[in-house]
Design a protein around this ligand. Structure first.
Ligand code: WTA
Length: 652
């Protein structure tokens, strides 16, 4: 746990209640907590009424097969119909669903009527390739409208999608394609990044060479690269395939528990976990939370979530929740400083964005770029700000409210995970007096507590592990193809109590509000991206020169944590100069992707281990964070730390 977070918690006592006006007009009022508390299932049944069900459920929750829940048992619905067609049928076909902005400045607006046609065409296209309900479709696309259309087309025909973030390497893509045995892969010819068009298709080809499950690859033309390699018989251009399809497609109703998507995330071991989400409960919770946490008013607000669809935030708060709520939203393809550092503020000004949802790492980057940049733009349209992905330090929270929120609008710090599917702990902007740095309370209908080692709830002021003690509609239904791992990872730690172990440390303050303190396991959080230390270690030891590697997440002022690796080279390897370090960094990029590139690699003669052979990362973190080295008494050989530090000194 970070000391900084702890000391903030002890000193932070500012609170910011909502304005009277906001509170009076808010979508959710304070009584929701009591209603939900009185009868949780009745509360969620009430929330489920916001969707269109072809067949109504007969039971709200079946927890008899715990830890695998069934929500809205017997209910049938089509997720894409709920996100698109329904709004056209209720007379909102002309409302803009997506204001898309390409990095180079090209734009495209899609109304709900247009989105419906596109989704139907794409659904028909997938069917024409032989994709049917239950088949998996992998999608590796940057933030283009086709990415959202492809996800909805999969949902429409009941084919679970597995979206793979664009920053993952061919090796990582292949691992995910194989694990889910994807039948079709959807990708693009290339992407714009920092003002430059970069080809990507050759990488995808490299990833898919010999991939047995893959029958077809659909390629979206984005950069128009004339050199794009296309494999005869396997590859087809999106525009050739999709444009000629009929815009008529009758959505089929699927069971509430039909798989909607698989999304891979890092765990404590090297192999990523395919988190499985299903349809009914997930859609209910993402729609409810999007409506109340952001106070979203359809047809009035302009919403912008800056996440990438490669992460769960993009799934739940760009695609499913917002579209189920008939959002008008901005989708921006590029980086926040292309072509200049005011790009986000310029977009907010132009489209009159009223709800903005981003990550602390970006907020800290904006702070670094300077207050004068947002000050040049008219941000008066904003009325709610959100944060997600990692603990937000009070300083960044205050800056966000002052410089982006005019010092007067609510900031909601939302805690949740890929596994939870939807927001779990967050203020309600019209109810809660917010506190900088705290996610505060579980939402209505959600229960989360902080427990000690033995699973007993800690008192106010106490700290321990965050657990979810009651099932929730959007919860994961398992790890794809590995039920055992599902049980072990999340349910074994507090098996006696039947609690879900989130992997986060947390503390209650004197008011009983929750403060998240970071991961307690070997998962790092770098710019809001989850990367496991073991994953990076496995990548490093797969290099011919490496004998052993230990990786830690060191506190970083901008990215939250930075990856620092300690590497022992093999006896016959060269001495580990600059070039060796560079080779190793590139190797990690090749194995996992640029997001896992170590900030620093230190070549060392030994690693600190306990007598049972466990690496003491705590001591390595002390070195990485340039602190006095802590207690070494449990080391098998206490002189190891001297050896390591002397070695590092002599290399300087
Ligand atoms: C961290 C992202 C503190 C946490 C939605 C969690 C946070 C992990 C917050 C999940 C927050 C996310 N405050 N920590 N508001 N939001 N986290 O799966 O450690 O990419 O376990 O889901 O991010 O990351 P994931």
């Amino acid at each position: 746990m970070s000391n900084e977070a702890l000391s903030n918690l002890l000193t932070e006592n500012r609170t910011f209640p909502p304005s009277e006006d906001f509170a009076a007009n808010a979508n959710e009022k304070g009584d929701a907590y009591e209603r939900a508390h009185a009868d949780r299932e009745a509360f969620w049944a009430e929330q489920a009424e916001r969707l269109h069900w072809d067949t109504k459920w007969s039971q709200v929750l079946d927890w008899s097969g715990a830890p695998v829940a069934k929500w809205f048992v017997g209910g049938k619905l089509n997720v894409a119909y709920n996100c698109v067609d329904r709004h056209v049928e209720s007379g909102h076909g002309d409302q803009v669903a997506i204001h898309w902005i390409g990095e180079p400045g090209d734009t495209r607006d899609l109304t709900y009527a247009q989105l419906k046609d596109e989704v139907c065409r794409a659904a028909n296209a997938l069917i024409s390739l032989g994709v049917s309900a239950g088949d998996r479709v992998a999608i590796q696309l940057q933030m283009v409208p086709e990415a959202i259309v492809a996800m909805l087309a999969c949902a429409r025909i009941g084919a679970p999608h597995s979206v793979v973030f664009g920053g993952f390497s061919p090796t990582a893509l292949r691992q995910r394609v194989d694990d889910a045995a994807a039948k079709v892969v959807i990708t693009s010819d290339g992407q714009y990044r920092r003002g430059k068009a970069t080809p990507t298709k050759a990488n995808v080809d490299e990833a898919l060479a010999g991939a047995e499950s893959v029958e077809k690859v659909i390629v979206v033309r984005r950069t128009g690269d004339p050199e794009t390699p296309m494999t005869e018989g396997r590859d087809v251009w999106w525009h050739d395939l999709v444009d000629e399809q009929s815009a008529e497609h009758t959505p089929e109703a699927f069971d509430a528990e039909h798989p909607l998507f698989i999304l891979y995330t890092s765990g404590t071991t090297g192999k990523p976990k395919g988190i499985l989400h299903t349809s009914g409960g997930y859609l209910v919770q993402v729609a409810y939370t999007h409506q109340v946490v952001f106070d979203h008013k359809p047809g009035v607000d302009v919403y912008w979530c800056t996440a990438d669809i490669g992460w769960v935030t993009g799934h739940s708060y760009i695609v499913y929740g917002p579209l189920a709520n008939r959002v008008t939203q901005v989708v921006y393809e590029g980086t926040p400083n292309t072509p200049h550092e005011g790009r986000h503020w310029e977009i907010i000004q132009k489209y009159k964005v009223s709800i903005y949802y981003t990550a602390p790492t970006l907020i800290r980057t904006f702070m670094k770029w300077g207050d004068d940049i947002p000050a040049r733009y008219d941000l008066s349209s904003l009325r709610v700000l959100g944060s997600v992905g990692e603990p937000i330090n009070p300083e960044a929270w205050i800056w966000y409210r002052e410089h982006i929120g005019r010092g007067e609008i609510p900031v909601v710090d939302t805690w949740w995970q890929t596994e939870t599917g939807a927001i779990m702990i967050s203020p309600l902007p019209g109810v809660t007096a917010t506190k900088p740095g705290s996610a505060q309370k579980p939402l209505p209908g959600i229960s989360a507590i902080i427990v000690d080692d033995t699973g007993k709830e800690v008192p106010r002021g106490g700290g321990g592990y965050l657990v979810l003690d009651k099932p929730w509609p959007g919860m994961l239904r398992g790890i794809w193809g590995d039920e055992q791992r599902y049980r072990e990872t999340y349910w074994a730690r507090f098996a006696d109590q039947g609690y879900y172990f989130a992997g986060d440390g947390a503390k209650y303050d004197g008011d009983g509000d929750i403060w998240l303190l970071g991961r307690v396991d070997d998962v790092m959080n770098v710019s809001g991206h989850r990367i496991s230390t073991t994953e990076v270690e496995s990548a490093l030891v797969s290099h011919a020169t490496v004998a052993e590697a230990a990786v830690v997440g060191a506190t970083d002022p901008t990215t939250g944590q930075g990856i620092v690796a300690f590497v022992i080279l093999r006896g016959n390897a060269a001495d580990g100069g600059e070039q060796a370090v560079q080779d190793l960094r590139n190797h990690v990029v090749k194995e996992i992707g640029p997001i896992a590139k170590p900030r620093q690699i230190m070549i060392v003669p030994e690693l600190p281990k306990t007598r049972s052979g466990k690496i003491m990362r705590r001591l390595l973190r002390d070195i990485a964070e340039k602190r006095q080295i802590g207690d070494v008494t449990t080391l098998a050989d206490s002189s190891v730390m001297d050896l390591i530090t002397q070695g590092l000194q002599s290399r300087k």
